[in-house]
Design a binder for this molecule. Sequence first.
Ligand code: ADP
Length: 292
Amino acid sequence: MIPEILHSEVLQTLKSEIGNQVKIISVSPVSGGDINQAFKIQTQKDAFFLKYNFANRFPGMFQTEHLGLDLLAGSKTLRIPKVISNGEADKYSWLLLEFIEQGAVTHKFWEDFGTMLADLHQNTNDLFGLDHNNYIGSLHQSNRQHVNWFDFFIEERLQKQLKPTYDKGLADKKTITHFENLYKALPDIFPTENPSLLHGDLWSGNFLCDDKSRACLVDPAAYYGFREMDIAMSKLFGGFSSSFYETYNQTFPMAPGWQQRIDICNLYPLLVHVNLFGWSYVGSVKSIVGRY
Ligand code: ADP
């Protein structure tokens, strides 16, 4: 089911982390991810979650995911799976996590999720960005630090994704001009706020509801940024329950006009989607940026 070398690597890791008595009872595939191979590793007591890929495919992906999960866990807000370890074996790289058993999504789940995301976002930093780069999906994400959100958003988010879009012929000169006009408007569009610790890729595939109906975040693209980036991303493909946004706003109210900033924030994940999946997302980008 998984390569033999990974099986023995995981077993050795579990023995050193948990104890020599540990035995792997079963290994079963987990669906839902679109980048890596994912498996449930059942031992005689606990279960673990293994992701792996070819080590040369996305260098450093699991190291940075490990760092991101630890960073979010350090906030002691939302549940984050405990990282057991990550490493490389032969041609593979891997990440081993606590396995999250799933439960029922209730009304209270959404209320608590909104409150806890607001708590997460109150974790702050002097600068926007992070002390290391990571990945957004399977693409490199630059976190070079900036004093202002709008400089960070322009230089590390929009320009970094727009260049390959243009180079691949997926954006024309007119679209580039619209982006340049938008860049000039951004200092007046974004409110001045402290950097917030973000999940960074908060769509519905990246949270789980655990067996106590608590939200658990996985697969982060963490950095310190403008907190409406997480809120906007949550709305990109249909949105979360309305009670999530209500409790978020009760706990840590967003500046007036946040609904109007959603599209602007989502230019980043939309450009990422253009670079990953091509033409089907180009129209959405053009209709947002075409207003500038
Ligand atoms: P990928 O890196 O390929 O995008 P994900 O991290 O999104 O993979 O994981 C794939 C799927 O596995 C997720 O959609 C989620 O349902 C599930 N998953 C992720 N982490 C865990 C975990 N710690 N425990 C249980 N299931 C998990």
